[in-house]
Design a protein around this ligand. Structure first.
Ligand SMILES: NC(=O)c1ccc[n+]([C@@H]2O[C@H](COP(=O)([O-])OP(=O)(O)OC[C@H]3O[C@@H](n4cnc5c(N)ncnc54)[C@H](OP(=O)(O)O)[C@@H]3O)[C@@H](O)[C@H]2O)c1
Length: 263
């Protein structure tokens, strides 16, 4: 349990709440060591109270209170919100989750010497199964990076990438949950069509995804080999694989990533 570090969220919307939930669930932080600010005070009060966190007046109070500041406002607001508090951020660990805000862009905005790291989390961080894409170019000290890793590795797989890979990595990890959810829904629809109760079908489909992902991560097996291992000659699974191939399953997924990246 990290007792000494205080974390403040500037912006407490979907992503910040998912991160706070993961930190609480993973035992990395207690609510009393976290604070947040947002625009709507009433909603902020409810969202912080339910997590045992401290509501703050504004970004200034949040930054003053915290050792580590998580920038979680919409990307177009980052400049306006941070510019007036740059002097305070100079002495903090600044972690950004804003899309399209890599290291170099923050270097233009923050005061020289500010310690900052640009990241891209995904929503499963709320249940400690997230991904935190981190730009490998950052200005955190080794100790600060250790603190960041110690805290957030309890909520997510931390993957360092080059700035040129931030977008593709963020798309895969950040948009992927939508694709995976569509796959879960489609699998369950297939199961329901064959007579499975809806809730059982969702449970089976979701756990199957969790288990397959975990197996790949733990064994580092090639996904093609994992597929082969389930397809016995003349068996049932290969019939399903062939049906998916006829519909262009894999190229449809590749096209989805291409479509996002070329948008
Ligand atoms: N959602 C995702 O899956 C995801 C994934 C990766 C990265 N991100 C990044 O996370 C950031 C937030 O996204 P989100 O989806 O969480 O958006 P969101 O739900 O709209 O949250 C934005 C938050 O900013 C607050 N805010 C607005 N003006 C503010 C101000 N002047 N000072 C302090 N807070 C202010 C809002 O307060 P009110 O609610 O009171 O208006 C809200 O709590 C974005 O930069 C996005 O790129 C999101």
């Amino acid at each position: 349990m990290e007792k000494q570090i205080k974390i403040g969220f500037i912006g407490f919307g979907n992503m910040a709440r998912a991160m706070a939930d993961g930190l609480l669930k993973g035992g990395a932080m207690t609510g009393e060591n976290m604070c947040a600010c947002a625009k709507n005070r009433e909603r902020l009060a409810a969202n912080t109270k339910s997590r045992g966190m401290n509501p703050c007046e504004d970004a200034r109070e949040t930054a003053l209170w915290s050792d580590m500041v998580i920038v979680a406002v919409k990307p177009y607001m980052v400049e306006n919100v941070l510019m007036p508090i740059r002097d305070i951020l100079k002495d903090k660990i600044v972690i950004s989750v804003a899309a399209g805000w890599p290291f170099e862009k923050y270097e233009q905005l923050l005061l020289p010497g500010t310690h900052h790291l640009s990241t891209m989390p995904n929503t499963p961080i709320s249940v400690c199964e997230g991904i935190l894409i981190c730009e490998d170019h950052h200005s955190l000290s080794e100790d600060e990076m250790d603190i960041f890793r110690r805290i957030f590795s309890k909520t997510a797989l931390i993957q360092m990438v080059d700035a040129s890979q931030l977008s593709a990595a963020g798309t895969l990890a950040g948009c992927g949950p939508a694709f995976a959810s569509m796959f879960v829904e489609a699998l369950a629809d297939g199961g329901v069509k064959q007579g499975l109760p809806r809730d059982v079908a969702y449970r089976l489909a979701s756990q199957m995804i969790v288990g397959t992902g975990k197996l790949q991560l733990e064994t580092n097996a090639h996904p093609g080999a994992m597929k082969d291992a389930v397809c016995s000659p003349g068996g049932t699974t290969i019939v399903g694989v062939a049906a998916l191939e006829r519909r262009g399953f894999r190229s449809a997924v590749i096209d989805a990533i291409d479509a996002i990246e070329s948008r």
